[in-house]
Design a protein around this ligand. Structure first.
Ligand code: 6R9
Length: 650
């Protein structure tokens, strides 16, 4: 191997792992040589009401059409629950760990069945049928999983909206998919603080109504018992409704390509897109990656710390693990409450074997000191994982040495909302590790690096990451806007799925994701379009123009740096700066809180009026010695002012 930091697969792992290196190489070769045969076999890992006879029917050209297992009939909730009942009805399906360490719950597969059936019957009672969109705006409690699975039981399409989003952001998502029913909770609880989910929902419903979507029903789960507003006739308590319905509900027979869920995600332009995933291919891919990437064995306790509001929560808290009959831990709280040891205490308390988290959390905990980790045992752990953003080698080595005592494999898993499941990743028993590399493609995944002009780069190279052929878990379209789907993902490099990520391939064929090459930034593992933050800023009546870029941030990965031009005659002030920060939080949510705001009399533009973001990025990085060519600027003098007033002086 060419790099210094190589951690070889340890001997014990070679013996006990599901996949060793020879198997990886063989399966990978088979999967790309004959995808029909490979996926035809692995498509049978889920149960079918009617087996498929066709496997792959996909094209990345022209109108782009992606179909897998298209003539089969199945149901996701059946696969995540019913089929396990005979063998593991009394096994724990969900371990719930509350925000407060004294608050926890275990839910068996039998109980899960009853809860999901009841939830489905409540939704049905209020008119939800196959194809309807159900918005789920919930905290991290088991009822959220029940609601998702209940939708899949009925064939309704869920759209889970992260509980940290603002009423405006929620309203936009309700309106985009014309969802007339919302499932929420009175309040969420994180780090000891209540989050007013129902009140936010009420506000969102008013905003959505003005945009033309009228929400008819709100199903409210009682979490804290906190006071909320109430609209009689529209709002119902879940626990009251659940008591009136049966704990049996037949799963709908769904076509493989029937929509399963919509999940909104940020792109480089415009409003967030409704990424649409469909039924069978998604489940086959989520469950298969969950099993092999985490080397999941029967009886393992598996914990992914993501929120179900993100794709990681969909695929690797709910669908992948439950389809595999696993025990999945769902955590309501935050990594540093009540103490910096919380993650490691939860691991000891529930004897967690697999732990999957984000680099940003690791960097924050690393900063708090090793003592918080070392005072815990962590001896149940077998596999560590990361996701969401590039992990810097220092954080990787800390995770490896301090958390894993230099014994455990780390799977650095690269994937996206659009991909449905993990695409580039080590397999614990097969892949030698290098700190900071996502290593090699999963079965059936064909990565390719291209340069800016689309020329294919071979061997060791640095370029833009594309995937050249379809895999079962990928998104099928942008909800309601197939042209946008084709335009966003298949037009930059014709006939290829373009990921938006930059990537390096080394001499061993290992992939190193270098971060987004478009106007998407990654703040604490949360993906955000700079355009969204800009449009929030310019919606303030004192702002005339705004440009937003990311800059390197020790804990968050990237911070949000905003250049703001005020309306003529408006004076800049500390108060206005604070007002703009809270305005963005109100428009999008706390995850979009600007880190730096620089008031700028003018922005650097080309003569045709294009903002030169390259220059803004450099100034935000405090790297203005390397501004490059500024001769095409309409007014080069603005740059001097920007440099003089930069907000990130090192
Ligand atoms: C699953 C998820 C996707 C973007 C992706 C990339 C970044 C995710 C990564 C990673 C480096 C990893 N990303 N995993 N970068 N190494 N292991 O995070 O989905 O929220 O859609 O974000 O996150 O830039 O393009 P999503």
């Amino acid at each position: 191997m060419s790099d210094v930091h190589v951690h070889r697969v340890q001997p014990a792992w070679k013996k006990n792992a599901l996949i060793d290196n020879d198997t990886y190489l063989k399966w990978y070769a088979d999967s790309v040589k004959n995808p029909d045969k490979f996926w035809g076999k692995h498509g049978k890992r889920i149960d079918w009401f009617k087996p498929f006879t066709k496997v792959k029917n996909t094209s990345f050209n022209g109108k782009v059409s992606i179909k897998w297992f298209e003539d089969g009939l199945t149901n996701v909730s059946y696969n995540c629950i019913d089929r396990h009942l005979k063998k593991r009805g009394d096994q724990t399906a969900i371990i719930w760990e509350g925000d407060n360490p004294y608050d926890d719950r275990k839910v068996t597969y039998n109980e899960l069945y009853a809860h999901v059936c009841r939830f489905a019957n409540v939704l049905k009672k209020h008119g939800v049928k196959k194809g309807d969109r159900v918005t789920i705006y919930m905290p991290m409690i088991p009822e959220t999983a029940y609601a998702m699975l209940a939708c899949t039981r009925l064939g309704a399409i869920h759209s889970v909206v992260f509980g940290g989003f603002s009423p405006d952001a929620l309203a936009g998502r309700i309106d985009d998919c014309k969802s007339t029913i919302v499932v929420t909770a009175d309040e969420g609880l994180r780090g000891g603080k209540p989050i007013p989910l129902k009140d936010n929902t009420d506000k969102a419903i008013d905003i959505a109504a003005k945009a033309g979507t009228k929400v008819e029903k709100v199903v409210v789960v009682r979490r804290t018992g906190g006071k909320t507003g109430w609209v009689p006739g529209r709002d119902v308590w879940y626990h009251e409704e659940a008591a009136t319905v049966k704990a049996e509900c037949k799963p709908e027979k769904m076509k493989a390509e029937d929509p399963l869920f919509i999940l909104y995600t940020s792109g480089s332009t415009g409003k967030p897109k409704g990424v649409l995933h469909t039924t069978a291919g998604y489940l086959v891919y989520a469950s298969m990656t969950h099993q092999y990437v985490f080397d999941y064995h029967d009886g393992d306790i598996y914990w992914c710390t993501a929120d179900v509001g993100w794709v990681t929560g969909h695929s690797y808290i709910v669908y992948g693990p439950l389809a595999n009959g696993a025990t999945t831990l769902m955590f309501e709280g935050v990594p540093n409450y009540p103490s910096q040891s919380r993650f490691w205490e939860v691991i000891d308390k529930h004897k967690v074997n697999t732990f999957y988290t984000a680099p940003t959390a690791l960097r924050a905990l690393m900063g708090a000191g090793d003592g918080h980790v070392k005072k815990t045992s962590r001896k149940s752990l077998r596999v560590l994982g990361t996701v969401g953003e590039p992990i810097n080698p220092e954080a990787w080595e800390w995770y490896f040495n301090v958390v894993g005592n230099a014994k455990l494999p780390i799977v650095d898993t690269w994937w996206q909302t659009e991909t449905g499941g993990i695409l580039i990743t080590p397999l614990p028993g097969a892949t030698d590790l290098k700190a900071g590399s996502a290593t090699r493609p999963f079965f059936g995944v064909k990565p390719q690096l291209v340069d800016g002009e689309g020329k294919v780069l071979e061997g060791p190279a640095d370029g833009n990451l594309c995937i050249t052929d379809s895999w079962p878990g990928m998104m099928r379209t942008v909800y309601g806007d197939h042209d946008r789907f084709v335009q966003t993902y298949f037009s930059t490099y014709k006939g290829k799925y373009f990921t938006g990520d930059g990537c390096r391939r080394d001499a061993d064929g290992y992939y190193w994701i270098t971060g987004r090459v478009d106007d998407v930034i990654n703040v604490s593992g949360h993906r955000m379009g700079t355009a969204e933050v800009e449009s929030a800023l310019v919606s303030h009546d004192k702002v005339s123009e705004a440009a937003v870029v990311g800059y390197p941030h020790d804990i968050k990965g990237q911070g949000i740096y905003c250049y703001v031009t005020l309306m003529a005659g408006t004076a800049s002030s500390e108060e206005l700066r604070k007002e703009l920060v809270s305005h963005v939080r109100k428009e999008i949510g706390a995850i979009a809180t600007p880190d730096k705001i620089q008031f700028a009399p003018g922005l650097p533009k080309t003569r045709s009026g294009k903002i030169m973001r390259r220059i803004l990025r450099k100034i935000a990085e405090d790297d203005f010695g390397a501004l490059g060519d500024t001769s095409t600027l309409a007014d080069p003098a603005v740059v001097d002012d920007l440099v003089a007033n930069r907000q990130n002086k090192k």
